[in-house]
Design a binder for this molecule. Structure first.
Ligand code: TYD
Length: 198
């Protein structure tokens, strides 16, 4: 089972991923918890470059680097794990590129979907949990700091990312479930379990 966790920076998705991982392990499943960009040596190197405030990267190059990290991650980690029958919990996946580089930076979203298909060999999560939160609240939760290179783009950028996520959720209701992330973590987790029929 392949589940991705999506949302703006500070939405709380990583906490939910950890809670789900513990619950699944308790029930005796094999769980692979991973993240994008990252999860492999190459992709973790790309992550450093992509998030480093000192990096100078064109928008187009940024998109392709996220795509390159994704291609390696899918081939090296996600596909083999799914093949073994493990649960794969992925902190961000292809929708992040459409929301951030498409919604946030204004790059062509149809092209980004094609890039994602190219990078993943058309592998998509069976379920995507989208944690919806107001960007101002997310900023407060993150401590109000400037953050990494992407977070430093500010609240208006995050608002455009959120709008794109909402569009994706409306477009693909069978895969993507929107979850109200303004609530307490245990309340949110109860919904996560219900969505996954656990
Ligand atoms: P994340 O792991 O959520 O950051 P942190 O570890 O700081 O909580 O994600 C890293 C950043 O990369 C985040 O700001 C979103 C961004 N991102 C994109 O812009 N496009 C992408 O395709 C992906 C996967 C991430």
């Amino acid at each position: 089972m392949f589940v991705s966790f999506e949302g703006i920076d500070g939405c709380g998705k990583t906490t939910q991923l950890q809670l789900l991982k513990l619950e699944l392990l308790k029930r005796g499943f094999e769980v692979v918890a991973t993240r994008e960009p990252g999860g492999t040596a190459l992709a973790e190197n790309l992550r450093e470059v992509l998030l480093d405030g000192a990096s100078k990267i064109e928008k187009t190059g940024e998109l392709l680097l996220f795509g390159a990290a994704r291609a390696q991650h899918v081939a090296e980690i996600v596909r083999p794990a799914l093949h073994r029958g493990a649960w794969v919990l992925c902190d961000r996946f292809a929708d992040s590129s459409e929301a951030y580089q498409g919604g946030g930076l204004g790059l062509d979203r149809a092209f980004i979907r094609q890039m994602n298909d190219f990078a993943t060999g058309q592998l998509w999560p069976q379920r995507t949990l989208y944690f919806d939160l107001d960007p101002q609240i997310a900023l407060q939760r993150r401590g109000g700091g400037k953050g990494d290179r992407i977070e430093a783009r500010g609240v208006e950028f995050q608002a455009r990312v959120r709008a794109a996520y909402l569009e994706i959720a409306a477009r693909e209701p069978a895969r993507v479930t929107k979850i109200d992330a303004s609530r307490a973590p245990d309340e949110i987790f109860a919904e996560v379990c219900a969505v996954l029929e656990l």
